[in-house]
Design a protein around this ligand. Structure first.
Ligand SMILES: Cc1cc2nc3c(=O)[nH]c(=O)nc-3n(C[C@H](O)[C@H](O)[C@H](O)COP(=O)(O)OP(=O)(O)OC[C@H]3O[C@@H](n4cnc5c(N)ncnc54)[C@H](O)[C@@H]3O)c2cc1C
Length: 646
């Protein structure tokens, strides 16, 4: 009896210690606590009854001994199991992180299982959750030594996005929205985190901040300040920690280029030789600005004095150059060339900089706008202080006596200090070769289906995608909103949705704060057009549109919801529609095109719409395109945009 009591005194604390020890382990604690606590209580109760009962018998002492002994055994078992679990967990994590080329690839199911287990185990760690930003800050509580041994570049990423632009960022967000634990790795050739490009040719030039090239914050036309970066650096997880972070996150591997894709092994190779395997991959490589053969032929001195404008670093460089030189010439009459002409024209008025813009078309944006509107735009840009030279085809460029001399095909000569070539974009499709992906021979870009898929686990979005639009046919679009819409769709499809491209993206262009337009669908000036215009008021400017909506990135200000409420006027026969197209009063040259709608027709159906100084009505335009119907009277359809409203 004495022995039994002594043994009991020794065993109870031991059992308690065992259970407390397991409680202090946060990882597997809950499961263990659930069965160890009742056992401890049960034991204590049994011991109390056996020991506490007056005049307890020898049987009861033996019983107490057996129970106590098995409890000790159970405690030891639990302790060992927990310890092994922890070791196995760390083994798994480091295997995932350090998996090398020679090792066999894991199946998708295996990796998914691991990720699920990992997520399950991690969810027991006491860390802040809720927002993406918060969750991405907390790393798995592994020993410091583990953290130091983590490779700089993870060898595996469940979601690998090639390109760190708008489409990739939109895809990363939508992947995380549908799969909150997802680990997304963006590989970017640039050294900045993802940023928006539209302000580079607009608002940033109108800033009065002398430190604009450092802050890269711009005032929207409504006066509100904002950064060009979609998210601050702190939003992202480091690539190194990505395999370990609580609830996954988005990491950006900057200054790295993907140079090879092994689509059989689901691997990519970077320019530094490292390799990363993936489960799902997005190609969002955007494009590279074209140069002119005349510039390429001209040699280094000319090329050093030429900017091909695309990146934030181009803005930073050009901002400095335009303060130093006396004359700058923009070659190109499209969106980019015309926006930069307006922006630099303002600088011309302030500093005396000479700004020349030249292009082969008869007017600015001549490939998009009907002739009368293109001519009006040219005059507007001239009023901004720009020397606009239409019908100018560059024959050669030379550097002589500290000046660039541009010779035009018609014999004219222009002297300038610096060139900006804004003559289009070449989609970045170098990876097509190693990946065995198809490049579209008409539009360029990776050919993908309506779900933006190139192969079973490879998607393409943004400027680099030549996709099948289920309404308008095969297309490639080089616009911000398309990058957002297609990136988002690709992200959704990468996480299991099988949605086709049906949400028509829009685009916009502002010629400074006073004139701007928004467009959707196929806007090609070679198509027949019908324009309906009205007098503009002071409210009909990009500035007041931004004041109303609160954002200068105008694709952010329109919503899909409004479109479904729009009742578009009835359709009509082909003959009636064609009559309407020809009978509508064509705007006259020299008119003041305050605000209006231009419909672009293909086979008598509206396939594109430009809203000229009409803002935030894109859902109506989207609905018209989506309906793909012939309309009896496009003047009636134009009324939907309230163009006659004051
Ligand atoms: C100055 C400017 C103004 C604009 N203004 C407007 C506007 O007002 N409205 C509008 O609708 N659109 C506008 N656009 C167009 C719009 O910005 C683009 O359509 C959009 O950025 C395309 O997004 P993306 O993600 O496809 O490509 P990008 O934004 O070009 O991103 C692609 C990224 O991938 C990187 N990359 C390429 N290859 C690799 C590789 N192999 N490995 C790693 N990284 C790689 C590139 O360096 C780049 O960072 C403008 C564009 C510019 C340049």
């Amino acid at each position: 009896m004495l022995q039994c009591r002594t043994l009991r005194r020794l065993l109870i604390p031991a059992v308690r210690a065992g259970s407390q020890c397991s409680r202090h382990r946060p990882r597997a604690g809950k499961l263990v606590q659930r069965w160890i606590l009742p056992l401890e209580q049960q034991m204590t109760r049994q011991m109390a009854s056996s020991g506490g009962a007056p005049g307890g018998s020898g049987d009861s002492s033996l019983y107490t001994f057996i129970v106590a002994f098995s409890a000790l055994g159970a405690g030891v078992y639990v302790f060992k199991t927990l310890k092994n679990d922890k070791v196995r967990y760390h083994d798994r994590i480091s295997t995932l992180a350090t998996k090398t080329e020679g090792q066999p690839e894991e199946s998708k199911e295996q990796v998914e299982k691991k990720t699920a287990v990992q997520a399950g185990e991690e969810s027991k760690v006491d860390v802040p959750t809720g927002t993406e930003g918060a969750s991405s800050q907390s790393t798995e509580a592994s020993p410091e030594a583990d953290a130091i041994s983590r490779p700089e570049i993870p060898s595996h990423a469940p979601f690998l996005l090639i390109g760190g632009g708008t489409a990739a960022f939109a895809a990363a967000r939508s992947i995380r929205a549908r799969d909150p634990g997802a680990r997304v790795l963006i590989i970017s050739e640039e050294d900045n985190p993802p940023y928006m490009r539209p302000p580079l040719s607009k608002e940033l030039w109108f800033s009065e901040d002398p430190n604009i090239v450092e802050t890269l914050r711009f005032k929207q036309w409504n006066g509100k300040e904002r950064s060009i970066y979609f998210q601050p650096q702190s939003f992202y997880v480091s690539a190194r920690d990505l395999p370990y972070v609580e609830n996954g996150g988005i990491a950006v591997l900057s200054n790295k280029k993907v140079v090879y894709m092994d689509v059989r092994e689901n691997k990519v190779k970077l320019d530094d030789g490292s390799q990363i395997s993936y489960e799902k991959c997005l190609i969002a490589t955007g494009g590279t600005p074209r140069s002119l053969p005349a510039i390429e032929r001209a040699g280094e001195e000319v090329q050093q004095r030429t900017t091909l404008f695309r990146r934030v670093n181009d803005f930073i460089a050009l901002e400095k150059i335009t303060k130093e030189v006396k004359s700058v010439t923009i070659i190109g009459g499209g969106f980019l060339g015309s926006e930069l002409a307006c922006a630099l024209g303002r600088r011309a008025r302030l500093t005396g900089l000479e700004v020349i813009q030249m292009f082969p078309e008869t007017g600015n944006m001549g490939k998009v706008l009907p002739e009368y509107l293109s001519n009006w735009t040219t005059n507007k840009i001239r009023r901004e202080g720009v020397n606009v030279m239409p019908e100018a085809v560059v024959k050669s460029v030379a550097f002589q006596d500290g000046k660039l001399t541009i010779k035009l095909k018609d014999g004219r000569k222009v002297e300038t200090d610096h060139l900006i070539a804004a003559v289009g974009l070449e989609p970045n499709v170098e990876l097509a070769k190693s990946a065995g992906l198809e490049v579209d021979s008409d539009f360029g870009g990776f050919r993908v289906n309506a779900e933006l898929q190139a192969r079973s686990n490879i998607w393409v979005a943004g400027d680099a995608a030549c996709f099948y639009d289920i309404k308008l046919g095969r297309r490639r679009v080089e616009h911000h909103d398309h990058a957002v819409v297609s990136g988002r769709l690709a992200g959704e499809n990468m996480t299991g949705a099988t949605k086709p491209y049906w949400h028509q993206s829009m685009f916009w262009s502002d010629l400074g704060p006073d004139v701007g337009y928004e467009a959707i669908g196929l806007v090609d000036s070679s198509l027949p057009t019908v324009g309906v215009f009205a007098k503009a008021t002071s409210k009909d400017t990009p500035k007041s549109a931004t004041e109303e909506s609160g954002t200068g990135i105008r694709s952010e200000s329109e919503t899909e919801a409004v479109a479904t409420e729009v009742n578009v006027p009835f359709s009509a026969s082909a003959t009636e529609a064609s009559a309407a197209a020809t009978s509508a009063k064509a705007p006259q040259q020299g008119e003041d095109y305050g605000k209006g709608v231009v419909f672009y027709l293909r086979d008598k159906v509206v396939v594109g719409i430009v809203l000229w100084n009409i803002f935030n009505r894109m859902p109506i335009a989207r609905k018209i395109i989506k309906d793909s119907e012939e309309h009896e009277d496009l003047n009636e359809v134009a009324k939907l945009f309230n163009i006659h409203e004051d």
